[in-house]
Design a protein around this ligand. Structure first.
Ligand SMILES: *Cc1c(COP(=O)(O)O)cnc(C)c1O
Length: 495
């Protein structure tokens, strides 16, 4: 199976090349030329498998140049060995008679990014080997919080890799900052950048386009790469948990094979819900893909009108990992629904770049309407939902997950559709404990890690071990630079 650029389907690559490159040379995203279909007994076969075995089964269909035994080894490293705090890895909880919650935050950093970032380093380092790359890969990340920590944990002590993370001094929570600055591993570096996320992001982008830095690094035996969510190696591991959730519901006899389910996904970059679309295309009986946004509702409008328009106010919300106005992974969706019309995708992306806006064809719009439902939820409503879930179901959820529960509720009221639904839960409530405490009516939230104990005491639920253990951890990183000095910092961290 080959991968092609969404902007030039003549650019055909093997899986390992697609993962090694991350992005196509024309700026497009590497995407499977043909989606594999599940055989008619695949769901039965996977029903009684472990999560790790399901991951191998699904990824095998996409990665021709990897053997099953290689994938088995990666799955064991990524999802086994106590890295996740439940043996199911991605458990499905029943909330009421036809609502389930797929918890994707049992990994080492307590957010769903672990699902992919625990796997990506193994896929990436193996891809480099397969393509005879001998240099050490140096991953640079600008993060607003969750991605940086998940990437650090994923790449920590992985052979032939270094990982350097820049976060905005004024843009991450106290817990997120502590999570990163206490990071263990011999190949990691963390540094804050004076300013906000934009400053950190712009700085990292400049490093990537700095030819003299590339040359310097090359002479030192390094080459630069990124771990962001447009790499196919991050999308693929996300397809697995949708298939796994369906198999779990079959195994628990909540559904029979073939029964439809809806999925509701809190998304910003369109990565998580795109993986659900691929699972549906492979043959999982998913009926509606419900796209949940916060007040940055550019995707809600797009799915309803066919017009993507990023020219709008940007809001900082209590679900910050969805505060995004450019959803990069939507490009793969457009490629699929245009029937792999690379010229059309190029045109939309050029318009987005020049005017911040594009309108899709009637054919694409009609298909989007059949596949997707969409909605959004603001901060006030997010708080209400967290409170109501706790009161009504004794189920504690984080703000991102609350957005999804609210949008599912809106969808059900509007459509009358009572199909069983899987809500995707993307973060531990303890990762956002100040807002969760506020939603539960606490007016005096303790600073820093004290809020973890406060939430534990109030709810009787213990904080996940990686967060509870933070206060005993040694702070290893204290550096802070202005964005003009990031290059020197990179060189210093690599020496
Ligand atoms: C990254 C993230 C999201 C959004 O994921 P997409 O890739 O944009 O779909 C949602 N919730 C949390 C907690 C996240 O960290």
């Amino acid at each position: 199976m080959y991968y092609v650029s969404t902007r030039n389907k003549g650019d055909r690559r093997t899986a390992s090349e697609a993962i090694e490159k991350g992005l196509a040379v024309d700026g497009g995203l590497m995407t499977p030329e043909v989606l594999p279909k599940l055989s008619h007994n695949a769901l039965d076969t996977m029903r009684d498998m472990s999560y790790q075995q399901r991951a191998v089964y699904v990824m095998n269909a996409y990665l021709d140049d990897f053997t099953s035994s290689e994938l088995t080894a990666y799955a064991a490293k990524a999802y086994g060995g106590g890295k996740f705090d439940v043996k199911e890895v991605a458990p499905v909880r029943q909330v009421d008679s036809n609502t389930y919650c797929l918890e994707l935050w049992h990994g080492p950093t307590c957010a769903f990014k672990d699902m992919a970032l625990q796997m990506l380093p193994h896929l990436l380092t193996a891809s480099l080997k397969k393509n005879q790359e001998t240099k050490t890969v140096c991953i640079l990340v600008a993060t607003s919080g969750d991605t940086g920590k998940a990437a650090l944990e994923g790449f920590r002590d992985v052979d032939k890799t270094r990982i350097l993370v820049f976060y905005p001094k004024d843009g991450v929570s106290a817990i997120q900052e502590l999570q990163m600055n206490t990071q263990e591993g011999e190949n990691v570096g963390v540094c804050s950048v004076v300013g906000n996320f934009d400053d950190a992001q712009t700085g990292v982008k400049k490093l990537f386009s700095d030819a003299s830095l590339r040359e310097l690094l090359e002479n030192m035996g390094f080459f630069l790469s990124s771990a962001n969510s447009i790499n196919w190696g991050r999308v693929l591991p996300q397809i697995v948990y949708y298939i796994s959730a369906y198999c779990d519901l079959m195994r628990e006899e909540k559904i029979q094979k073939g029964d439809p389910v809806n999925v509701c996904v809190p998304t910003g970059n369109f990565g998580n819900i795109l993986a659900a679309y691929y699972a549906k295309e492979m043959g999982v009986p998913i009926k509606k893909l419900i796209c949940a946004s916060n007040s940055n509702n550019v995707l809600t409008d797009f799915l309803k009108t066919g017009i993507y328009d990023r020219n709008r106010t940007f809001y900082n919300t209590m679900s910050p990992s969805m505060d995004i106005l450019i959803s990069s992974n939507l490009e793969r969706m457009l490629f699929a629904l245009s029937g792999h019309d690379d010229a059309q995708v190029r045109e939309y992306m050029a318009q987005l770049n020049e005017t911040g806006r594009y309108e899709v064809s009637k054919s694409i719009k009609d298909q989007l309407g059949k596949l997707f439902a969409s909605g959004y939820c603001d901060d006030a409503q997010t708080q209400k939902v967290i409170g109501a879930m706790w009161k009504g179901h004794h189920y504690l959820i984080d703000p991102h997950t609350a957005v999804a529960f609210d949008v599912l509720d809106q969808y059900r009221k509007e459509s009358g559709d009572t199909t069983p639904a899987i809500v995707v839960s993307t973060a531990s409530p303890f990762k956002f404990c100040d807002n969760v405490l506020g939603a539960l009516g606490v007016s005096h939230v303790v600073e820093g890690t004290g809020a973890l104990d406060q939430l534990s005491k109030l709810t009787g639920i213990s904080a996940p071990a990686p967060l509870a253990g933070l206060k005993e951890k040694r702070v290893r990183f204290h550096q802070s630079v202005t964005k003009e000095h990031m290059k020197e910092q990179v060189l210093e961290m690599l020496l």
